[in-house]
Write a protein that binds this ligand. Structure first.
Ligand SMILES: Cc1cc2nc3c(=O)[nH]c(=O)nc-3n(C[C@H](O)[C@H](O)[C@H](O)COP(=O)(O)OP(=O)(O)OC[C@H]3O[C@@H](n4cnc5c(N)ncnc54)[C@H](O)[C@@H]3O)c2cc1C
Ligand code: SF4
Length: 339
């Protein structure tokens, strides 16, 4: 049985108090929300914070405000998120992404903030301590070599959050609060293509809110590739969102990819769609453009070449759903997912 290492536990009731503790403890402290990512990592000694600062009792981070846009507290659980009518009806891609994270139990505990700050994953890293010790560890933790790309000085572990690509396509911004300052960043600028240093977040910052712009005339969709339909991390996540003119022309679009790099990212395929109708040819071209940016590595499930190959098909699924096609058969087929 894997046991947790010893740690000190702090349970503040406000963002100010949490930020103050975090600043005082320095880099040895980490935030914990639902703990569904962090606690297994601690058991495997991948992350060994001396102090955990819990966000569980910070009620201000569980608020929802629906005005000209939608503001979601970083402390909302994924279950609370998928129960919101505003998310299900106005921000479909986010609803589809959050509903497919892990299992019911994990969604009951796991939060939006934790999902966006999820550690990157790799088949050489997500192993217990003894397993990793047997290969002399790796660059990401305790070792010196990357076993996926041995000549690489950079860790290429995979960003595996479902909600990030969906929120990126929807144009989300984040509020980050520390004891010294508060700042707003676009979600697209929050990630770095580096498996170790994957967030542009300072260790003393708390992700308090996710802000979504007004979604009138926008349609969106999220498609996830994984082995088991019941639960699994994504090995590909595709999110598409488009603002449609009354005549069916795309006014503005964003297409984001997840799980094919160390960060989720927006592709140029969204810009390509502006001013065009979503015909089959245009969709195929957008899919090919997006796929050219995908660089999956051989450190997750499925054959790496096949994972790259199916990106264009998943982009086509997402865009056809945005166009208004009935995609329920494809959803059912992909929901079963064993290939
Ligand atoms: C079996 C299993 C399957 C899973 N499947 C999926 C999946 O399919 N898709 C998916 O996306 N995830 C999956 N997960 C990961 C995880 O359950 C979710 O991503 C969840 O939303 C993480 O949220 P949390 O609150 O539990 O995060 P925690 O574990 O509490 O924290 C995760 C990280 O975020 C930081 N953090 C948490 N909250 C904040 C905040 N407000 N501000 C700044 N930093 C913060 C923590 O310090 C930590 O580094 C799975 C996990 C397991 C165990
Ligand atoms: S990509 Fe390389 S350095 Fe990063 S976790 Fe995997 S083996 Fe380790």
């Amino acid at each position: 049985m894997m046991r947790l290492p010893w740690f000190r536990y702090e349970a503040p009731h406000s963002v100010v108090e949490a930020a103050h503790i975090l600043a005082g403890e320095g880099p040895d402290a980490m935030l914990i929300a639902g703990g569904t990512d962090l606690l297994p990592n601690m058991k495997r000694r991948q992350q060994v914070p001396r102090t955990l600062v819990s966000l569980r009792h910070v009620e201000a981070m569980k608020k929802v405000a629906n005005g000209s846009g939608l503001t979601l507290g970083g402390g909302l659980t994924l279950t609370q998120l998928v129960r919101l009518d505003a998310v299900r009806e106005q921000h479909r891609a986010l609803w589809q992404a959050a509903s497919q994270v892990a299992t019911v139990h994990l969604r009951n505990m796991g939060t939006l903030g934790g999902n966006l700050c999820l550690d990157t994953r790799c088949s050489y890293y997500n192993q217990n301590y003894e397993w990793r010790k047997a290969i002399d560890f790796c660059l990401k933790k305790d070792g010196e070599t990357c076993w996926v790309a041995t000549a690489s000085k950079r860790c290429v572990a995979v960003s595996s959050t479902d909600c990030a690509p969906a929120l990126m396509a929807l144009g989300a911004r984040l509020c980050l609060v520390s004891s010294a300052a508060e700042r707003e960043v676009s979600l697209a600028d929050f990630y770095r293509n580096d498996g170790i240093d994957y967030l542009a977040r300072r260790p003393d910052e708390i992700l308090t809110e996710v802000m979504l712009p007004d979604s009138a005339s926008w349609k969106s969709s999220y498609w996830k590739l994984r082995r088991r339909g019941a639960f699994d991390f994504p090995v590909l996540g595709v999110a598409a969102a488009a603002k449609m003119a009354p005549d069916g022309t795309v006014e503005q679009a964003r297409i984001a990819l997840g799980a094919v790099s160390s960060y989720p990212f927006l592709t140029r395929a969204g810009e390509f769609l502006a001013g065009k109708r979503l015909t089959d040819d245009v969709i195929a071209e957008a899919g090919a453009a997006a796929a050219s940016r995908a660089k999956p590595m051989d450190n997750a499930d499925f054959d790496v070449y096949w994972r790259k190959h199916v990106v264009s098909e998943f982009v086509a699924y997402a865009l056809r759903e945005v166009r208004g096609d009935d995609m329920s058969d494809a959803r059912k087929r992909i929901g079963k997912q064993v290939l």
